[in-house]
Design a protein around this ligand. Structure first.
Ligand code: C5P
Length: 218
């Protein structure tokens, strides 16, 4: 493939989304927020009254979904569900449906379709391992659980959403454990990924590191 892809994988609230947007903007590339696909699938399955542990039923729902992605907004059946997708409850639904191989399979091609010129920055858990194994730059972004919980806490508080730091940290750790130990595409760095711990970095500093690596790889 000669359409360039940069993958940015890592655990919940490691700052992948922000870094992905910044790198994409600097390069003029498109963005794939693959978590939003799992989130909207979880939400749609929940709304349809499906058992989220029934992988075959959830996978069968995927091709029937009317989805549109517009500048960071996600439309499900013409309804803008972007705000609902960001809620913690939806994140848990995403993590539940994402544990099933048939669901991951059903979402595979949809993710490949985001690869368009002039290039793509793809954010998720398995972008570098399963979806774009031929990506020319793979980043595995981490940050300590304490840092991640604090960032999520500040995000919620600034939006006026009540939050408890300890609860957030426990939720993060539970979701990470599930993402890392599942048998289908577990969260793990690709062998050829560069690990970046951004606990002590500004977004700007992380972006400059990634752009520097990109210069040397392409
Ligand atoms: O990245 P985000 O927090 O939006 O992802 C929500 C959940 O979706 C993750 O906890 C994970 O279980 C699942 N996911 C996944 N594979 C991806 C992206 C997200 O399994 N590529």
């Amino acid at each position: 493939q000669d359409i360039p892809v940069i993958t940015i994988d890592g655990p919940t609230a490691s700052g992948k989304g922000t870094l992905t947007d910044e790198v994409a903007r600097a390069l003029g590339y498109g963005v794939l927020d693959s978590g939003s696909l799992y989130r909207v699938t979880g939400l749609a399955a929940h709304r349809a009254g499906l058992d989220l542990n029934d992988g075959a039923a959830v996978a069968a729902l995927v091709p029937t979904l009317d989805l549109r992605f517009e500048e960071g907004r996600v439309l499900l059946d013409e309804e803008d569900v972007s705000n609902e997708l960001r809620q913690e409850a939806t994140g848990l639904m995403a993590s539940q449906v994402g544990a099933h191989p048939p669901v991951r399979q059903a979402l595979h091609q949809l993710q490949l379709d985001f690869r368009r010129l002039p290039g793509l920055v793809a954010d998720g858990r398995d972008m570098g391992t399963a979806i774009f194994p031929d990506a020319s730059l793979k980043v595995f972004l981490t940050a300590s659980a304490a840092t991640r919980a604090e960032r999520r806490f500040n995000q919620l508080i600034s939006k006026g959403v009540p939050a408890k730091l300890d609860d957030l940290r426990a939720d993060l750790e539970a979701r990470d454990a599930r993402d890392k130990t599942r048998s289908a595409s577990p969260l793990q760095a690709a062998a050829d990924a560069i690990e970046l711990d951004n606990s002590a970095h500004s977004v700007e500093a992380s972006k400059d590191l990634v752009l520097g690596w990109w210069q040397t790889k392409r």
